[in-house]
Design a protein around this ligand. Structure first.
Ligand SMILES: Nc1ncnc2c1ncn2[C@@H]1O[C@H](COP(=O)(O)OP(=O)(O)O)[C@@H](O)[C@H]1O
Ligand SMILES: [Mg+2]
Length: 261
C-alpha cells in the first residue's frame, strides 16, 4: 500500500468546482512538485493534505486511513510568507510547538523541559544554517533566513510529510539556489515525503522526483467554476523532453489567462 492514496478526490466551494477526480498514489520518500495556473486549486490541495480543508467527495488516505482533519505532527507546512510569528525570536518560534504540546494553556514550560526544548530547537536551527541567528526576531532576518526559520519550525516535530506552498517564490534567484540545496538535504536527511507547489517549472523539474500539473481539462470561459482542475500530467521528473515541457507550459498559460480574466 502506498503511503498516500488519493481516490476520486473532489473539492467544491458552493457551486464552484475547484478540484475534480484526482487520483494518485504516493510512496514514502517521494518529492512531488506541483505546478499549475494561479487559482487552479494547488493551495486547496495542500490544505487538504494539512487537514485545514476537507474533500467534498472521494478519499485522501495516509497509510490507508483518512488523513487527520486537523493539523498534527505528521505534517509540517511552509508558506511563501508569514509562516513564523513576528514577536518571537528564531529559537522561540521553533520551541513553540513543543511548548504548546506540553502546556496548551500557557504555551510555556520551565526548567529541565524548557532546556531540552531549547536544545532541540537550537540543533534544528543549526541544521538549516541559522546557528548565528538564534536570538534574532523575524524582521531582523533576510527573506531567505526567514524561510530557513519557517523550515526549522515545520520540521521540529519530525513530520513524515513536508508541505511547501511556493516557499521560495519571493526570494532572489541566488538565494533560491541555496534554498534548493537546503531543501534537498533536509528531504534526504529527514526521510521526508515532500509536496511542493511552485510557479517555476524549472524549479519543479530540478527538485522533484515527480511532477504534477494541475489544469482544467474542460474550461468554460463564461463559468470557469463549472469544472475543476485535475492532475493532467504526472511525470517522473528527469525523463521529460523539451516538447513535453513546452506543451505543459502552453496549457498552463492558457488556463491562467482564462482564470485571471
Ligand atoms: N475558502 C474558500 N472559499 C471559497 N473559495 C475558495 C476558498 N479558498 C479558495 N477558493 C477558491 O478556490 C480556487 C483555488 O484557489 P487556490 O487553491 O488558492 O489556487 P492556487 O493555489 O492554485 O492559486 C480559487 O478560485 C479560489 O478563489
Ligand atoms: Mg496558491
Amino acid at each position: 500500500m502506498a503511503a498516500i492514496e488519493i481516490k476520486n478526490l473532489w473539492k467544491e466551494y458552493g457551486q464552484d468546482v475547484v478540484l475534480e477526480r484526482l487520483n494518485a498514489s504516493v510512496e514514502e520518500g517521494e518529492f512531488v512538485t506541483v505546478v499549475g495556473a494561479s487559482g487552479c486549486g494547488k493551495t486547496t490541495f495542500l490544505k487538504m493534505m494539512l487537514g485545514t480543508e476537507s474533500p467534498t467527495r472521494g478519499e485522501l488516505l495516509l497509510d490507508g486511513k483518512p488523513i487527520p482533519d486537523e493539523p498534527d505532527e505528521t505534517r509540517g507546512i511552509v508558506f511563501q510568507r508569514y509562516s513564523v510569528l513576528p514577536h518571537l525570536t528564531a529559537v522561540e518560534n521553533v520551541m513553540l510547538a513543543g511548548e504548546l504540546e506540553s502546556s496548551p494553556w500557557l504555551g510555556r514550560v520551565f526548567g529541565a523541559k524548557r532546556r531540552a526544548l531549547r536544545e532541540q530547537a537550537e540543533e534544528m536551527l543549526a541544521s538549516v544554517g541559522l546557528d548565528q541567528a538564534l536570538r534574532k526576531y523575524p524582521h531582523e532576518l533576510s527573506g531567505g533566513m526567514q524561510q530557513r526559520l519557517a523550515l526549522a519550525q515545520a520540521l521540529i516535530k519530525k513530520p513524515r510529510i513536508l508541505l511547501l506552498d511556493e516557499p521560495f517564490g519571493a526570494l532572489d534567484p541566488g538565494i533560491r539556489r541555496d534554498m534548493h540545496e537546503l531543501v534537498l538535504d533536509l528531504w534526504r536527511e529527514q526521510d521526508l515525503t515532500v509536496f511542493m507547489i511552485t510557479h517555476d517549472l524549472a524549479e519543479g523539474f530540478f527538485l522533484g522526483t515527480r511532477m504534477w500539473v494541475f489544469d482544467k481539462e474542460r474550461l468554460d470561459p463564461q463559468t470557469p467554476g463549472s469544472y475543476g482542475a485535475r492532475i493532467t500530467y504526472d511525470l517522473p521528473v528527469g525523463n521529460s523532453d523539451k516538447g513535453t515541457l513546452q506543451s505543459i507550459s502552453q496549457s498552463v498559460d492558457s488556463t491562467a489567462r482564462v482564470l485571471s480574466a
